[in-house]
Design a protein around this ligand. Structure first.
Ligand SMILES: [Zn+2]
Length: 271
């Protein structure tokens, strides 16, 4: 009897170990694609995780749907200038995380206009990128959290489009021209981590050891916050920067630890 209990216990333990996936933040030598609606969501959702992934020698590709060229109250700002500012800020944030600007792909849709792009063209474009880079892991925005679903137009579209492209990339009959003309073979994305998942989050990466690096990367997005969002200036007022960092420190805490939250999924988002 005791032996059977022991065998049962060993079996349960072995099964648990087999089912336990390798931790995202400990991956090495893999290809990671992160899809972000705007050139700052990748920082706010995932900077700590990205820093760890870059440090571990993973190949990271940041795909940015829009150029974020609308979000300024400065009456003297233009869309063209704002897009350049946002690009520079994103490159600086990525540099802080150990990600070269050559690893950033800009799809260059206008801010707030992603839902008015041709949906078929958009999913074909992203399907082609997934087939080209063949990621072991995709990180993308989740459409589930209420603030994203109802208030963030580009987030809705980016979320659904990335998921649709993950599905299409797997089946050779979707966009067969990509294989025939460009030599892009189908690719099945093994693992996905969706950020901004709200109450659906089921995966938590502890970033206690790199939280301050995340704050520095967040601070690179100067034009997203007062005072620069009201009247553009390239630097921070020290008090405004400290206020931002204090707010971010509180937002990123869970059970006394700094964490980044994801909804982990495999296959067609069913598991
Ligand atoms: Zn955004």
């Amino acid at each position: 009897m005791r032996l059977s209990i022991l065998i049962f216990a060993i079996s349960v333990l072995a099964l648990a170990q087999v089912q336990e996936p390798g931790r995202l933040e400990n991956m090495r030598g893999k290809t990671v694609m992160l899809f972000t609606p705007h050139p700052d969501d990748d920082t706010f959702c995932c900077a700590g995780t990205l820093y760890k992934l870059a440090k571990n020698g993973n190949q990271i590709h940041i795909v940015i749907y829009t150029n974020d060229d609308k979000g300024s109250y400065d009456p003297d700002m233009t869309s063209e200038r704002l897009a350049r500012i946002r690009m520079h800020e994103e490159e600086e944030a990525c540099r802080i995380l150990g990600i070269a600007k050559e690893s950033i792909l800009w799809l260059q849709y206008h801010d707030g206009m992603l839902e008015y792009a041709n949906p078929r063209d958009l999913v074909e474009q992203v399907t082609g990128l997934i087939r080209k880079y063949r990621p072991d892991v995709v990180l993308s925005v989740d459409p589930g959290a209420e603030s994203v679903r109802w208030h963030k137009t580009d987030h809705r579209m980016a979320a659904n489009n990335t998921m649709d492209a993950i599905r299409a990339a797997e089946w050779h009959l979707y966009f067969p021209n990509q294989r025939l003309h460009d030599g892009l073979e189908p690719w099945r994305v093994p693992e996905e981590y969706y950020y901004y998942a709200g109450k659906d989050a089921n995966y938590f990466v502890n970033i206690d050891d790199v939280a301050e690096i995340k704050l520095n990367a967040a601070a690179a997005h100067v034009s997203q916050f007062p005072p620069a969002v009201e009247k553009y200036r390239a630097d921070w007022e020290p008090a405004a920067l400290e206020k931002l960092k204090a707010e971010l420190r509180q937002m990123g805490k869970k059970d006394g630890h700094y964490v980044e939250e994801f909804r982990r999924a495999t296959g067609f988002n069913q598991e």
